[in-house]
Design a protein around this ligand. Structure first.
Ligand code: C5P
Length: 230
């Protein structure tokens, strides 16, 4: 089943401390952004990519797309102040499709298997997001003191992609904008409408490149993958 994907790429990446958009940092000589784009470029079910970008980075990104043979990008609208605004500017420019995925451009290790489980999840249920089970003991802390040990059984760490029926996400974003609600992910906007969002068990490798340590980890994930191919 076909889908289009929205990749917010307009962040500042302050926590990376690179002095530039972290998506331009290299992993095995290729920008993080290109690693992410390649996954969708190579996925036959992906029929279009929407990239939210900073206006001042648009020319450079277009140059990267050309250099790396990324041909599926349908639009590069301006990103916004917050990630949610960046995603919304893509959704507003898209034509109606059946299924839309939202995926952080900063998560280059997403796999085709996870994507196809999510697409299947949307076909069955309308909304499905990637996540992994919490591994550590989880506690709620207030002013440095434990308030509660939370039952880990029901806790998941949420990632992207987050996949939705297009009309559902469109409505959720529209309502959020009208009432000025800012969520930390797209699922939150859909949950607010009372619509059940399902979870797809993803991978601990599907990290978001956030700090310098993630670059080291990212290189290790790529090395592991190339060894698995031998
Ligand atoms: O900052 P963080 O890594 O959590 O951002 C997740 C993704 O959202 C990144 O790919 C980043 O480029 C993007 N983003 C965006 N617009 C913003 C903030 C973040 O497109 N205003």
């Amino acid at each position: 089943m076909n889908y289009e994907v929205v990749l917010p790429a307009a962040g500042s990446g302050k926590r990376m401390g690179a002095g530039k958009n972290k998506l331009f940092l290299l992993l095995q000589n290729k920008p993080i952004l290109i690693h992410t784009l390649n996954v969708f470029q190579e996925d036959d079910n992906c029929t279009g990519i929407w990239l939210a970008v900073k206006p001042e980075e648009r020319d450079f990104i277009q140059q990267l797309l050309q250099e790396h043979g990324i041909t599926k990008v349908k639009g590069l609208p301006n990103g916004g102040e917050e990630r949610q605004h960046s995603v919304h500017s893509c959704i507003k420019e898209m034509e109606q499709v059946d299924i839309v995925l939202v995926h952080d451009a900063a998560r280059p290790f997403i796999t085709h298997e996870i994507i196809s489980s999510l697409v299947k999840g949307v076909l069955d249920k309308g909304a499905a997001i990637a996540g992994v089970r919490a591994k550590d003991t989880m506690k709620k802390v207030h002013n440095g003191v434990i308030v509660e040990t939370v039952d880990r059984e029901n806790l998941w760490m949420i990632q992207t992609p987050q996949a939705f029926r297009f009309d559902l996400l469109y409505e959720a974003e529209d309502v959020a904008e009208k009432v000025g609600f800012l969520g930390t992910d797209e699922a939150m906007l859909v949950e607010r409408l009372g619509y059940p969002v399902h979870i797809v068990e993803a991978s601990y490798d599907n990290i978001k490149m956030t700090t310098q340590e993630d670059i080291v980890l990212g290189e290790a994930i790529l090395r592991k993958r190339s060894l698995e191919k031998i």
